[in-house]
Each structure stands twice: as C-alpha cells, then as structure tokens.
Write a protein that binds this ligand. Structure first.
Ligand SMILES: [Fe+2]
Length: 363
C-alpha cells in the first residue's frame, strides 16, 4: 500500500449531517427477473450463464487511443513530474493519489470530459439498454484506472471482493433466482495480456451469491479494507477460504485479457479484483455502470444531482446507496497540494447527459 490515504470531508449542507450514503436501500425483492429459457443469440446468453462477458470492439481502436492519450495527459496535468516514457517517474510522488496503485476517484476525475464522453458513447449505452430492456438509464459517477506496471513503491495484494451487499439476496433464496441488482462494466483503452494489469473474475460466482450468503459470512480482514466510517455499503471482501468455496463449486478465477475498445460487463455479485500489472503495458480503463432510473428513489436522485453539480464521484451503484466520494486526497498525512474539486476539462452539459446523470427525468 502506498503512503497515501484519504479522509472524509464534512458532508455538504444539502445532505443530512454526517451521512455519506444516500438513497440507502438493501432490496430483498427482485428488481428484475429474466426468463432462464430466453435465448438472445448475442452476448447476453453468456452474461446470464456466467455473470460476466467481454464485448468486443465496442468503440474503435482509434477512439480507444484517444481516451488512453487523454488519460495520460490527465496525469501530466498535475505537474508532478510524471512522464509516461520514463518509468522512474511511475511513483506515488509523481502521480495524483489513487487507490490500489491506479484507481482514480478524486480530483473531480469522475466528471472529466473524457469520463462523460465514455459514458455517452452510443455503443456503451446500448449495452446497458439491451441488458436492462430500457433506455431510461442512469449512470454511476465512477472513476478511471490508469495503472503503471511494475510499481515498486507500493505494496500490493489481491483483494477478491464483490460490490454487492450480502443483504441484497433478492426474493428467492433459490440459487438460480436472479437477485441481480447492479451490473458493472469497464471500457478498456489499452491492450492487456496475461501479465498485464486487468480484471480478474470468478466466473459463475454471481449465481452462487444467495447460496454463499445463506449463512453468516464475515468480510475478510484486508490491508485495503475501507474503514467503517467510509460507509461502503456494497462491498464484501472474500478470504482465501471463500475463494476455495467458489472454486469447489465449479467456478473459475480467470484473467480477462482485452484489446483497446473492448468492454467487460460483470454482475456486481461476481467476485473480482484488478491484477497487479507485471508486464510493460500501462493499463487505461474507464469504469462505467448503468441501471434503470426507475430503480432510484427521490433521495438517491437528489444525491446524484448534488454530486453531478459539484463534480463529486460515487461508487459503482447508480440508483441507490449513492455515496458521495467527497474525500480529500491525503499524501503522507497532508492534503495533497494538488487537491482540486473540478475537472481539468469539463464536459459539455446536454439534456441527454443530464438524463443519464439522473438530474433530468426521461419524460
Ligand atoms: Fe470492485
């Protein structure tokens, strides 16, 4: 772990005092059900079988390169001496504060123009439209992942987890029942193979979510586990024993290798983590998650509006447990001198974007 941590700022005035998460809910009913017998003849068949799927060539390689270049420029905008061609500068001192060596959620990053451009890509929205069966979607305000390989200035350990609270089991304890409530995704900008950074997924684990959590389970003690006051409502860390539990039931931990422009989608009940990059390739990723607006209540929508208007990020969850990522980045015990609350390059706001942000209704 690097020497950087974060600390919580005072909640904004519009928010209830001391509260970090809004639209707090742990559904015990199915938000959506899928007919097990439906054959889609597209990526949805694999997604519903395994809880995850790679969708190829969602954007062009040229478009992916545009995003990768812009992400590198974003790191350079901090003027900390980072040079993408000089690995000696690939250290925390030369980079903005991140989580797990490359996940950026602070400094207004969730609302950079490139983050919004990625969410607004028609083919990206089309994925979630097909998945949920509606185009009336709202997006999370997720961050980016820009990971330099072979970092020696950070300690790193795998952290298999899922981003769905164990209380969200849906209505039916039958393992085949769908308690799918959120689906995460990432748009990939740089090539990644077996040794490069990338997503690790426990294929098939989403369908065993209800069975695994039918008994009381304790989230694993991990060096990167967020402190309770951070209020991550939808996070469970798995122990080695838990990993084995899933493997014993036929699940397989796989490294997802992708080309620029590919998109990977995974049910939030799926065990996953990012692999430490050991090759030579920089990883460039935008996390994107969308769910139907109808899943959100008024409190969640009000929180999203505040986050949007203040360039504040959220977790993966678009429609509930909206947690404002309003911390200040901490560098060696001090607020990072490069702390900022606005993007370097702001998005051009349109009504279409405001609908996707949850600020405007669809009708
Ligand atoms: Fe995650």
């Amino acid at each position: 772990m690097s020497t950087t941590t974060t600390t919580t700022t005072q909640a904004p005035k519009a928010f209830k005092e001391g509260k970090a998460t809004f639209g707090e809910r742990f559904e015990t009913k199915d938000l959506i059900t899928f007919d097990e017998n439906t054959v889609y003849n597209d990526w949805r068949d694999e997604f519903h079988k395994n809880g995850c799927v790679v969708i190829k060539n969602v954007i062009s390689k040229e478009r992916a390169q545009y995003y990768a270049d812009k992400q590198i420029q974003w790191l350079k905008n901090f003027e900390l001496g980072f040079d993408e061609k000089d690995p000696s500068t690939w250290t925390a001192d030369h980079l903005p504060v991140s989580f797990k060596g490359g996940m950026y959620f602070l400094y207004g990053s969730a609302h950079e123009k490139i983050s919004w451009e990625a969410r607004m890509e028609p083919a990206v929205r089309d994925i979630f439209t097909k998945l949920w069966g509606t185009n009336e979607l709202i997006t999370s305000f997720d961050g980016m992942n820009i990971s330099m390989p072979k970092r020696t200035d950070i300690q790193w350990s795998p952290w298999p987890h899922c981003d769905q609270n164990p209380r969200r089991k849906g209505a039916n304890i039958d393992p085949s029942s769908s308690s799918m409530q959120a689906v995460q995704g990432l748009l990939n900008y740089s090539p990644n193979g077996e040794n490069d950074g990338g997503l690790m997924l426990m294929k098939g684990s989403a369908r065993l979510f209800n069975e695994f959590f039918a008994e009381k389970r304790d989230s694993a003690d991990h060096e990167d586990a967020p402190p309770p006051e951070i209020e991550f409502m939808d996070l469970f860390l798995f122990s080695k024993k838990d990993v084995k539990w899933f493997e014993d039931r036929g699940c397989e931990l796989v490294k997802i290798n992708m080309e620029p422009g590919d998109f990977v989608l995974w049910d939030s009940r799926t065990m996953h983590y990012a692999k430490f990059p050991e090759g030579d390739q920089i990883r460039n990723v935008q996390y994107i998650c969308m769910t139907p607006r109808q899943f959100a209540d008024d409190e969640a929508l009000a929180a999203k509006k505040w986050c949007f208007e203040n360039y504040v990020g959220t977790t993966h969850w678009p429609h509930c447990n909206v947690r404002a990522t309003a911390e200040k980045p901490m560098r060696n015990g001090e607020v990072c001198p490069k702390y900022r609350t606005e993007p370097f390059e702001k998005p051009e706001v349109t009504d279409d974007m405001l609908r996707l942000a949850g600020v405007l209704p669809y009708q």
